[in-house]
Design a protein around this ligand. Sequence first.
Ligand code: GAP
Length: 465
Amino acid sequence: MPASSLDQLVSLCKRRGFIFPGSEIYGGLANTWDYGPLGVELKNRVKKEWWKTFVWKRPDMFGMDAAILMNPRVWEASGHVGNFADPLVDCKECKERFRGDKLLEEKLGVEAVSVLKLAQIGPMLKAEKIPCPACGKSNWTEAKQFNMMFKTHQGVIEGEGNDIYLRPETAQGIFVNFKNIVNTMRPRLPFGIAQIGKAFRNEITPGNFTFRTREFEQMEIEYFVEPGREAKLFDEWKESVWNWFTGLGIGKKSLRLSEHDKEELSHYSSRTVDIEYRFPWGFGELFGLANRGDFDLQQHQKFSGEDLTYTDPDDATKKFLPHVIEPSFGCDRSVLTFLLEAYTEEPLENGETRTVMKFDPRLAPVDVAILPLSKKEHLIAKAQELYKKVIQETDLVVDFDVTGSIGKRYRRQDEIGTPKCITVDFGTLGEDDKQGTKDTVTIRDRDSLQQERMTVGELIKTLRG
Ligand code: GAP
């Protein structure tokens, strides 16, 4: 059963080295999080599984990695300078800042608010006597557009002309390289370009652990198709992404599809379907699939002056701008989802409860733990010998743990989701026939708790799969 409260997970993540609050020794920096030794392994594995499924195993996909800093004209073309803004209002009493449209939506509904002009938001908050969520009073400023892009400057001189942005999405790095990839890889439509990388948004209401942060990682695909062929391919993408999440252990009952209404669509999209996950605070967006049409290639063609048309390899007279289907994943949000879904509390026969992270073995940050039964020196030496053998003869991440009783060490490995624990005992040494014969070890399964005795040779074969 997934974690029912976020606090349980946040506490486990800190205690076990998955995720720490950012800049903690300086009192922190709100809504920043640092991945610890286990968190970075988990995140890297999520990225690897993603890359494996959507790049390596598909002949129609190419990978790339663009710079975070881009020519500022990119963001004029993409619409982010003009459109990537929230209407903000300040409470005159407590000085807290909120999204005016969101405050109104709760009372009036999304549809009614979507038709309001910026200048109508402040007066409407007053007319509806909407209270400030922080202090309860109702004394609002006019609404002002607040662009969510982080601005910085390039070079030593600040100011006009040197302003650049931290990218708010990875997608544009793909669009501006469309021509390069067509020219170098000579792909036939439909084909896609995939990228994993950081994005930055000056979010007004970040929160819920790593769900909404100002710095986050995206895993995005821009899939280029012949105009008119979007509908079927859109549905195929919806299905393959759904299968990717469920194939890696997210329960179908924890997911749902959500089609955007017209008024919810971004400026570039003619159709968007989200996959939502049942987070402890309710369903929320995990992934978005959009039909971007030829909006981006049109815009970049116009702003850059470059010809971005694609020429049909079978008919050179056929030149057109492909349309784009965009499967866009939040990497940190996916990691959070895998963490929440893995979190399980299970009653044991002895009346105790164990906390176990039931990660799919492909995602577990540690593959196998080697545990000497006791702290006897020659037993530790034998276990270390096995540790060296396993890391040399497999590609697995192996933990070696001698601290505390064997029961405590099993609990610790359960809490970090290690699928297999290997115990080296006096049988392994050939000193106790009751425990087992010489050079055999016990392998314990995280989920079934079954233990099996096997020779070291068999163990290596089992671990190699
Ligand atoms: N290129 C399209 C795009 O960026 P989006 O819906 O704004 O679309 C895509 O973002 C995904 O990125 C979301 O589904 C979510 O998983 C993730 N995401 C967006 N904003 C985020 C934030 N502030 N913190 C963490 N993840 C975020």
